[in-house]
Design a binder for this molecule. Structure first.
Ligand SMILES: Cc1cc2nc3c(=O)[nH]c(=O)nc-3n(C[C@H](O)[C@H](O)[C@H](O)COP(=O)(O)OP(=O)(O)OC[C@H]3O[C@@H](n4cnc5c(N)ncnc54)[C@H](O)[C@@H]3O)c2cc1C
Length: 436
């Protein structure tokens, strides 16, 4: 029977980071991933193939229908990110006494984080930034996880997966782990932890539909909301009793001068309201297919607006939402309950007002402006530090850890990848110490 040093469940940014770091340290690593490896990127079909339930995973309670986007594929959700790079906020981690600054700095270059030149940011984004600053806001270019020499102007395909490998995704860390000797088990869905005398010694699940068991000295769960079912099965009832989604809301308008349909998503915006009001505003709008779904959710009478999909100039507000919500493991299409609280709605409304002002400033008429319904951006905070895991990310079961967006102690309200990678690097340092 083969025994691994570290078994990592889930190949998103959290899991891939731990797998990469531990294999670099010479450890025998297994990276188990529920999905496959979809390689035909950059089109609408890719999104449907990569996402759980083709993107239609939602809350049990509706209306309003809270939908979240969860990747089930090698690289996790990071394969279809906008590539927006924001380091871990102290605001969220100071409360639990964790300082991620060293790990975040270590990640900066590895994730290719930096500003893009004007030609890649695009005319529409630059005009939006200028308009917002004329109104007295403080917009700037936002860092992106993008290799400038591989990216091309007038391409907005980040959210469909980058076919040029110009955008960082967890696949790069996963591939490095494999090159360093880690094993990747695709189509392998882990369902249970194997315990002996109160210690985790392995995991069980289905690989290509057949029962499998893997044994390891340390087990790291990085499967997002998937962690909750595995932990509940192991008797950890606290898992999944809180839930944040970083609610977002898009507002678009048709301007005679510009549109963002062929523009780098989330390349400009502002974080100036984050510390005081818990929201950020960034330039991005759904792709035509996402827009169709979001208009249908707003109401059938709005569907005809999809004809403007390639004319809209779009912005998004993203908030730190309240932790109200729960996970219901085992429910395939509706695995949680979550709706915006009164406080969440107030935060979103503040952002919407700012976005409308900016859109009017670039020439969008009030009749053209469409406010889409709030939706969930980042499922997180289901296995929080201080609640389900300790500050070393260990659960009450010895040698069983969680490392992904689920451990974040409060809603981040920001792009998540850099934070999760920093958490993965920090956990790897701790794991290395436990082997000494
Ligand atoms: C459209 C969109 C755009 C985004 N843009 C940005 C951005 O620009 N910048 C940014 O920083 N963030 C962005 N995000 C957020 C970011 O993608 C996620 O927050 C991040 O991927 C979370 O990483 P994770 O490791 O926690 O989980 P995930 O990336 O969700 O990975 C979890 C993995 O676990 C696997 N898994 C689940 N259950 C099991 C199981 N039982 N057994 C085995 N494997 C399992 C899944 O298949 C998946 O691969 C975006 C998200 C979306 C939806």
């Amino acid at each position: 029977m083969k025994e691994y040093d570290v078994i990592v469940v889930g190949s998103g940014p959290g899991g891939a980071t731990v797998a990469r770091e531990m294999s670099r340290k010479g450890k025998k690593v297994l990276l188990a991933e529920r999905g496959g490896r979809w390689n035909w990127l950059g089109n609408t079909l890719s999104v449907a193939m990569i996402l759980q339930n083709s993107g239609l995973t939602g809350s049990k309670t509706f209306p309003p229908f809270t939908q979240v986007t969860i990747g089930n594929n090698y690289g996790g959700t990071s394969t279809i990110i906008c590539g927006c790079a924001v380091p871990p906020p102290r605001k969220v981690f100071d409360d639990v006494g964790i300082d991620l600054s060293a790990e975040a700095e270590e990640a900066r270059q590895e994730l290719w984080a930096g500003k893009l030149p004007d030609e890649l940011v695009g005319e529409a984004n630059l005009r939006l930034m200028e308009a917002a600053n004329d109104l007295g806001y403080h917009w700037h270019k936002v860092d992106k996880f993008i290799k400038v020499d591989k990216c091309i102007p007038e391409c907005a395909d980040c959210m469909m997966g980058c076919k040029r490998d110009a955008k960082w995704s967890a696949r790069f860390y996963g591939d490095e782990a494999i090159a360093q000797g880690a094993e990747l088990a695709l189509h392998t869905r882990i369902e249970e932890v194997i315990e002996e005398n109160g210690k985790a010694v392995g995991v069980k699940g289905l690989s290509h539909g057949k029962p499998v068991s893997y044994y390891g000295k340390r087990v790291v769960l990085s499967s997002g909301i998937g962690n909750v079912g595995i932990l509940r099965q192991a008797g950890i009832r606290e898992a999944g009793q809180t839930f944040a989604v970083d609610f977002l809301q898009f507002v678009g308008g048709v301007s005679p001068h510009i549109n963002t349909s062929k523009t780098q998503p989330m390349a400009v915006g502002t974080l100036e309201h984050y510390e005081s009001d818990g929201f950020v505003v960034l330039s991005v709008f759904p792709t035509w297919s996402q827009l169709g779904v979001l208009l249908a959710m707003k109401g059938p009478q709005h569907i005809p607006r999809v004809r403007n999909a390639f004319k809209y100039t779009g912005l998004m507000v993203k908030i730190q939402d309240d932790l109200k919500g729960k996970i219901h493991p085992g429910n395939r299409f509706f695995p949680f309950t979550k709706e915006p609280s009164r406080n969440d709605k107030l935060r979103l409304a503040k952002g919407v007002e700012i976005m409308k002002k900016v859109l009017r400033k670039v020439g969008a008429s009030d009749e053209s402006i469409v406010e889409l319904n709030p939706s969930g951006a980042h499922p997180s905070a289901t296995c929080r530090i201080g609640d389900v895991v300790d500050t070393n990310l260990e659960t009450p079961i010895t040698n069983l850890y969680c490392c992904d967006a689920s451990v974040i102690p409060a809603a981040l309200g920001l792009p998540v990848v850099w934070t999760v990678v920093a958490l993965g690097k920090r956990l790897a340092k701790h794991l290395e110490r436990t082997f000494q």
